[in-house]
Design a protein around this ligand. Structure first.
Ligand code: PGA
Length: 233
């Protein structure tokens, strides 16, 4: 496991995946607390709220000149058109720059196949969104190797805090080894996700081959999230 002495200089993504949480009022409280923070310029802080909050949060960020980027948690595999309930890349791009694709909760709970995920990646790239593609094994990268501009979120299944009572963050040396394998297969920035919290974020961020973290549960509370950012600096 190599650590990078200049790690604090590299662009660092700190992504907050709110999943299916937060009303508009709760989001307002969160934003008012976190927006007061002082964040280094090389930090890319990306909030992934539910679709219902994209408009509100992008407005807040614009009006208050808050240095947050915004992402959607999913994207339609189809273009705009007769697809009731779907949200196309073009619709997302009005409010966001990023999109999460293939989160393990979508793969397991909504039957998303690798093929569907590849279609979503294509749609995101066509719309000018940066896809953050979540994978837990190497074969999930099949067919993505030639695509440019992806971020890969390596999220071992057993590390995701809501995966069960035994969820554990992955040992950072193992993470680093796995990320190396990802980088041998695809040229992409790689971030780590799974039970990231203020107490362990530094161990991941300091790994040479990791460009950031994807935070679920611990991103919901503004104080916890600010502490994660502070400890990642
Ligand atoms: P967690 O979630 O930080 O709560 O483990 C991560 C994720 O599901 O993206």
């Amino acid at each position: 496991m190599k650590t990078n002495p200049l790690y604090h200089m590299k662009k660092t993504i700190i992504a907050a995946n709110w999943k299916s949480n937060k009303t508009k009022n709760e989001a307002k409280i969160w934003l008012n607390e976190t927006a007061l923070g002082n964040f280094p310029e090389h930090f890319e802080i990306v909030i992934f709220p539910s679709f219902t909050l994209l408009d509100y949060i992008s407005g807040f960020v614009r009006i208050n000149d808050t240095p947050f980027k915004i992402g959607a948690q999913d994207i339609s595999p189809f273009d705009s058109g007769p697809y009731t309930g779907e949200i196309s890349g073009k619709l997302i791009k009005e409010f966001a720059d990023y999109v999460l694709i293939g989160h393990s909760e979508r793969r397991a709970g909504f039957g998303e196949s690798d093929e569907m995920i590849r279609k979503k990646v294509d749609m995101a790239l066509r719309a000018g969104l940066t896809p953050i593609v979540c994978v837990s094994n190497i074969s999930q990268l099949d067919g993505l190797e030639s695509k440019e501009g992806l971020v890969i979120a390596y999220e071992p299944l057993g590390a995701i805090s809501t995966s069960g009572p035994n969820a554990q963050p992955e040992n950072p040396s193992l993470t680093s080894e796995f990320v190396q394998k990802i980088k041998e297969k695809i040229s992409a920035e790689v971030i780590y996700g799974g039970s990231v919290e203020a107490g362990n974020v530094g161990q991941y961020i300091s790994l040479e081959n990791i460009s950031g973290v994807l935070v679920g549960g611990q991103s919901l509370d503004p104080i916890n999230f600010i502490n994660i950012i502070k400890n990642a600096i």
